[in-house]
Design a protein around this ligand. Structure first.
Ligand SMILES: [Zn+2]
Length: 225
């Protein structure tokens, strides 16, 4: 019994989120996530509250960059391969990520706000306010919901579609002007600038409302129709 309690303790300790690595956590992470979950839980949009439900139910796991699994760190290096080709990051740097003064960790924090792979989401705990993190979680949960990594790497067109959808639901969460075609066009142009090798793509050939799943509801997760 004691052993079972011991095994459960890390999950209980990190209030409401299932961490990728429950054996390692920081006060900064826990404080930020706790404040962020309140925002999501009490948000007036469905995208906000369903993102909250998806996190507290454990459908997605959330952690900080220092708790990357080795495999997910490798996936991160593949997506941001310019960090490897310019010798900023190496595979060996993985062992330094939990060091508070890790240069590799700082480089990752300077590069992205969040990263999703499989059902795991990693977040930047250095640069986020709770409201910004709420928006980042809406974005990353959408990638998990749509299993973005399965199509993302097939080419710029597929990567754009996955990324535009994730930014679209962030705009839904922030209650921006998605009804306005000019807003959607600006959003598409912004996303084209963020995804590699999209010079050939025309923003007007993609629908304003993206295909795929938008709201992380039970039905969209595949439960009870
Ligand atoms: Zn994204």
């Amino acid at each position: 019994m004691l052993k079972i309690l011991f095994l459960l303790f890390p999950f209980i300790a990190s209030a409401q989120v299932v961490e990728v690595n429950p054996l390692h956590s920081t006060l900064k992470f826990e404080t930020l996530v706790t404040k962020t979950l309140v925002i999501l839980k009490e948000h007036r949009t469905t995208i906000g509250t369903e993102t909250y439900n998806s996190i507290v139910s454990g459908k997605v796991r959330v952690d900080e960059f220092s708790d990357f699994t080795f495999e997910d760190y490798k996936h991160f290096l593949i997506e941001f391969s310019e960090l490897v080709s310019t010798n900023k990051l190496t595979l060996e740097d993985y062992s330094t990520l939990q060091n508070p003064n890790s240069t590799a960790l700082k480089i990752i924090e300077n590069t992205i706000q969040g990263f999703a792979y499989g059902n795991r989401i990693y977040i930047n705990v250095r640069d986020h306010t709770p409201l910004l993190l709420a928006s980042t979680l809406v974005h990353e949960v959408n990638h998990v919901l749509n299993q973005s990594e399965k199509v993302y790497y097939r080419g710029p067109r597929q990567a754009f579609r996955e990324e535009y959808r994730a930014y679209y639901v962030e705009a839904l969460f922030m209650e921006q002007d998605l009804w306005d075609p000019r807003f959607c066009r600006m959003l598409k142009i912004k996303v084209l600038g963020l995804v590699n090798d999209t010079d050939e793509l025309n923003p007007d050939e993609f629908p304003d409302k993206p295909d795929g799943k938008l709201i992380p509801s039970l039905i969209n997760w595949g439960y009870g129709v």
